[in-house]
Design a protein around this ligand. Structure first.
Ligand code: AGP
Length: 615
């Protein structure tokens, strides 16, 4: 997720764009850049690091005055966050500049074609392909907007593109597929932004671009067409949000926005990971097939929510590869003097890539000769930099301290790692792997569907504001979900909450139960007369017989649970290993609503930091 701004009008484009980027910095902040059209060329400046680095560069060497400009604040997906990979990307002749949000799935093939046509690339990004493609199809007679339509018809993936051309001062062109792009209509000036916060300081008249549409902005006109050139219907609306609300997409908290972004985050994490031959490709998997075939043990290390994703990874990896897997709290790992060899693969899972417990654990693993694969959400952060290979999640910046979309994308990423290992080691064949990835690809729509049914969960949470504790129980991959649900309640509602393996209750914890105590049960799928399902039903009966108030999360169509559920939360039917991707969503919503009912700061809970960079 990146921040994009475009401007055309009588003000200084660099000033307007820079102010818009400041408003969008929450969308990505590992590098930033600006480009303007001036006297037959495009002038630009871009810097790695936070926006302040670009501002410093511009204060030392200002861009020429211009009424036509674009800008970008980056959240890296392809290519490390450095000056070279920062946007905008320009053609060699500095005739075209382009900025991009999203992932172009077929960029490798397009890049090869362009290099065969003697185009030279300066960066490792997928975006630079668009700059050269625009150059290769540009015809002054039909202009930049037509060139954009031609190029967009050749791109696969999710993308928002905004471009300018040296020969078209007063013109900014944008295109949208999946990632958002909004037009701001001004008075003899017009704007583009990833969201309205980029320009509501200037205008509140907005037009949301639709799927597969191109917009051409001039100072006195806004022309929107479909990718095929046919005119597109546009709907203008008045923005009522203030700037802060706009950064949160109109939600009260970043956490709520990030819960809502989960379908897109999962879809983006899957993008571009299957090649034309139907094989999994993990872009920064720098471990060779031989390295992976020699692996005889896997140790997963992580903290907090990432640890719960690691617990799920254990099930997925052992199921698909039959490689023995251990899961270890990163803060405990190196103190138990683990047995590690060159054939041990350590998988370090971290949203921030800066968690010191995890970093110190992976350093220990490497000192012992093990290879390390990172699963991380922040491109170029310390943990992937110090690992042998990395699989990035593409959740975009996660601002709220409580991890939500990062967790879902971590679960998806570890499924991909398990499938990739199976593919390389031949323990699973193409069709099985393709089928599983196709089922993963259905998750975004199922999450979307589930999110529309959360009102009863919010109402239930509000009614429990005075509860003293909440217990969570689950089996198999439902057990890490129970732990994650308890963690969310602890860190947001400052309440005692505890997750248990459902089979453990009778070994002690059941003594905790008192009349009316809320217990959340995550119930496995009943399909195939699952023994797991029947065992959890028995556990629910044990707990209910002792007076608990049962809150049951179960699949649509599972009628066995109905006699024992005081509150029944339905989730779509999915394969067992994927159930955590859905089952955790009501628990996120529940914890957030509980904290809200208690009047706590959902995004910045007390005592917590988003990234724990101390041991
Ligand atoms: C989860 O909601 C917390 N924010 C915390 O447990 C977090 O998952 C943990 O600190 C690990 O962070 P990381 O994923 O950035 O390494």
């Amino acid at each position: 997720m990146c921040g994009i701004v475009g401007y055309v009008g009588s003000l200084r484009a660099d000033d307007v764009v820079l102010e818009g980027l400041r408003r969008l910095e929450y969308r990505g902040y590992d590098s930033a850049g600006i480009a303007v059209v001036t006297e037959g060329t495009v002038a630009s400046a871009k810097r790695a690091g936070k926006l302040v680095q670009l501002e410093t560069a511009l204060s030392e060497s200002a861009l020429p005055a211009s009424g036509t400009g674009i800008g970008h604040t980056r959240w890296a997906t392809h290519g490390a966050p450095n000056d070279r990979n920062a946007h905008p990307h320009l053609t060699r002749a500095q005739s075209i500049a382009v900025v991009h949000n999203g992932i172009i799935e077929n960029f490798a093939r397009l890049r090869a074609e362009l290099e065969d046509a003697d185009y030279e690339f300066q960066s490792e990004t997928d975006t630079e392909v668009v700059a050269h493609l625009l150059d290769s199809v540009y015809d002054p007679a039909t202009g930049l907007a037509e060139a954009m339509r031609v190029v967009c018809r050749r791109l696969d993936g999710a993308f928002t593109l905004v471009a300018i051309h040296a020969d078209e001062p007063g013109v900014v062109v944008g295109a949208r597929r999946n990632s958002p792009l909004v037009v701001g209509r001004g008075d003899n000036e017009n704007f583009l932004g990833s969201d309205v916060s980029a320009f509501i300081g200037y205008t509140r008249k907005a037009i949301e671009l639709g799927q597969d549409q191109v917009v051409e902005l001039r100072t006195d006109s806004i022309t929107v067409t479909n990718f095929d050139g046919t005119p597109a219907q546009i709907t203008e609306y008045e923005v009522t949000w203030d700037a802060e609300a706009a950064e949160k997409g109109g939600y009260d908290y970043f956490m709520l926005k990030e819960i809502a972004e989960q379908p897109q985050a999962v879809a983006d994490t899957l993008l571009g990971r299957i090649n034309d031959d139907g094989l999994l490709v993990l872009d920064e998997m720098r471990l060779s097939d031989d390295d992976l075939r020699s692996v005889d043990k896997i140790v997963l290390i992580a903290c907090g929510t990432a640890y719960h994703a690691g617990m799920i990874a254990k099930y997925a990896i052992e199921h698909w590869t039959r490689i023995p897997c251990e899961i270890e709290l990163a803060s405990e790992f190196r103190y138990r003097d683990p047995i590690l060899t060159r054939d041990t693969l350590v998988i370090a899972i971290s949203q921030s890539g800066e968690t010191m417990d995890t970093l110190m654990a992976l350093r220990h693993a490497r000192e012992q000769g093990a290879r390390v694969l990172a699963v991380c959400n922040v491109n170029g952060s310390t943990i992937p930099r110090e690992s042998d290979a990395v699989v990035y999640t593409h959740a975009g910046p996660e601002i709220a301290v409580a991890s939500t979309k990062a967790f879902l994308t971590q679960v998806v990423a570890v499924h991909l790692v398990a499938l990739y290992l199976a593919q390389v080691r031949g323990t699973k064949w193409g069709e099985e792997i393709r089928h599983h990835v196709e089922q993963l690809a259905q998750m975004p729509s199922k999450i979307e569907e589930l999110l529309t049914t959360m009102e009863p969960v919010r109402e239930m949470a509000a009614s429990m504001a005075d509860a003293q504790t909440v217990l969570f129980i689950g089996r198999h991959v439902g057990y890490p979900v129970a732990l994650e649900g308890a963690l969310k309640v602890k860190e947001l509602a400052y309440m005692h909450a505890e997750g248990f393996a459902a089979g453990e209750l009778k070994h002690g914890p059941i003594a905790l139960l008192e009349e009316g105590m809320p217990v959340v049960a995550i119930v496995p799928s009943p399909r195939g007369r699952s023994i797991l399902h029947d065992k959890v039903i028995s556990n629910i009966q044990e707990v209910r017989a002792r007076g608990a108030r049962m809150i049951v999360i179960a699949e649509e169509g599972d009628t066995d649970v109905e006699p024992y559920a005081d509150v029944l939360i339905r989730i779509p039917a999915v394969p067992t290993l994927m159930q955590p991707i859905l089952a955790v969503v009501p628990l996120q919503v529940f914890a957030c609503a509980l904290a809200t009912a208690k009047g706590f700061d959902v995004d910045q809970p007390r005592n917590l930091a988003k990234s724990v960079t101390v041991e």
